[in-house]
Design a protein around this ligand. Structure first.
Ligand code: APR
Ligand code: PHB
Length: 389
């Protein structure tokens, strides 16, 4: 088979890139290891920056998002007996859209189907060949049969555990990592959200987050030990602990119910450099991971897609390699700022096992400053709604 861009990974990065390229007449084939049902079974943060919404619009996939997503023009932060609000529209004149990542992925799959796009599922043993030449190709197997795709470029959109990053030789690749000594225990429940805005809570018992998917679907998280297992936490124990970590007036309003999903996610900051090697480009989780505090994962993937999409459109329009040559630098400049924000927000909001009295004082000072300073709130709002591309 032949295509212009071989895309490895059918998560949100790969699908969005494929859809955007198609609208400009650039062909692609998406190779996905899992079934579609499996990909759509993943539950992930659902806060969309304006930049991602604009890309979904450009991709012709924003109709449901606009109809069903919630505009949030602020967020709540609690610590001790305090709860305050950071107002996004007042400070930066932009809201975020709360709309599940699963729904974004579903909309992209539907758009690819409508456009007759090729997505090959259940691929195995994907190998990238000659990415440092002008004629790369990809080999893989489906149902035990060997296949090959010849292409101009390869987009590595295959997440943290994919093959693309590892294809970049070790002497070229540098990795930067911070692993946090705790996880998030998340629960999805068919209950109305406790508040119409998200609540990020710093409590002496550990972090908590109240989020939502829609008017009758709530998503809650509590910081937990990495040794915990979801089955260690009964629904009752989860709700009891959550209530102890959020402000009492919110706890009193919390509607509880059976969990329909319960899982534990570890927290990690990770960046690989460079994000390009010859004709291979890394996008999204394949190149970087953020801890979920602030919901930057999908949004950072979207900014990579933005840079790569424009680089490829320019290349196919007039042979310009400017965007391609500056892809890694441009993408990384924004990635590192999102890494900084996610790391800062995580550090300010969680209890760390090794935290000294001094560290605790610093955390409270950081929160006090954010509560009382318009400048600090503006900086937070600017990052939360998304830095410009
Ligand atoms: N071959 C083919 N597909 C692969 C391979 C492989 N060797 N390895 C992984 N994949 C697929 C995975 O099954 C997954 O569907 O690549 C896809 C990568 O998708 P994601 O992990 O969702 O990553 P990405 O598309 O970059 O999305 C960005 O934002 O909120 C964050 O981490 C969250 O998924 C999210 C991300
Ligand atoms: C979520 O809704 O899953 C969510 C929201 C905000 C975050 C993280 C996760 O910062």
């Amino acid at each position: 088979m032949k295509t212009q861009v071989a895309i490895i990974g059918g998560g949100p990065s790969g699908l969005l890139l494929s859809q955007l390229l198609d609208r400009k007449g650039i062909s692609s084939i998406v190779l996905e290891r899992q079934t579609r049902e499996h990909v759509l079974g993943r539950i992930r943060a659902g806060v969309l920056e304006r930049g991602l919404v604009a890309l979904m619009e450009e991709a012709g996939c924003a109709e449901r998002l606009h109809a069903e997503g919630f505009l949030h023009d602020g967020t709540l932060i609690s610590y001790g007996d305090e709860m305050f609000r950071v107002n996004f529209t007042e400070h930066v004149d932009k809201p975020v859209v709360v709309y599940g990542q699963t729904e974004v992925t579903r909309d992209l799959y539907e758009a690819r189907d409508k456009a007759g796009g090729t997505i090959i599922h259940r691929v195995e043993n994907v190998v990238i060949h000659d990415a440092d030449s002008d004629a790369p190709h990809v080999t893989y197997e489906v149902d035990g049969e060997a296949q090959r795709i010849d292409c101009d470029f390869i987009a590595g959109c295959d997440g943290f555990h994919g093959v693309s990053r590892k294809t970049i030789p070790e002497d070229v690749r540098q990795e930067f990592e911070k692993v946090y000594p705790f996880g998030w225990l998340g629960v999805l429940s068919e209950t109305p959200p406790v508040n119409h805005e998200l609540i990020y809570a710093n409590s002496p018992r550990g972090f908590a987050l109240c989020s939502m998917r829609n008017a009758n679907l709530s998503r809650y998280y509590i910081q937990c030990s990495l040794d915990d297992k979801p089955e260690d936490w009964s629904d009752e124990a989860f709700w009891d602990e959550l209530k102890k970590r959020i402000p009492p007036d919110q706890a009193a309003k919390l509607v509880t119910g059976p969990s329909i999903e319960k899982s534990i996610a570890p927290l990690r900051s990770f960046v690989t450099e460079p994000m390009r090697w010859g004709r291979l480009f890394l996008c999204g989780d394949a190149a970087h991971i953020v801890p979920p505090t602030g919901a930057k994962g999908l949004n950072t993937a979207a900014s990579d897609v933005h840079y790569l999409y424009h680089a490829l459109v320019d290349f196919y329009a007039d042979g310009s390699t400017k965007g391609i040559d500056s892809y890694s630098e441009n993408a990384l400049a924004r990635v590192w700022k999102a890494e900084r924000f996610s790391w800062w927000f995580t550090t300010m909001m969680h209890q760390f096992p090794e935290q000294s009295e001094f560290d605790l004082k610093m955390q409270i000072a950081d929160l006090e400053f954010l509560r009382s300073s318009a400048a600090a709130q503006k900086a937070m709002a600017e990052n939360y709604v998304g830095l410009p591309y």
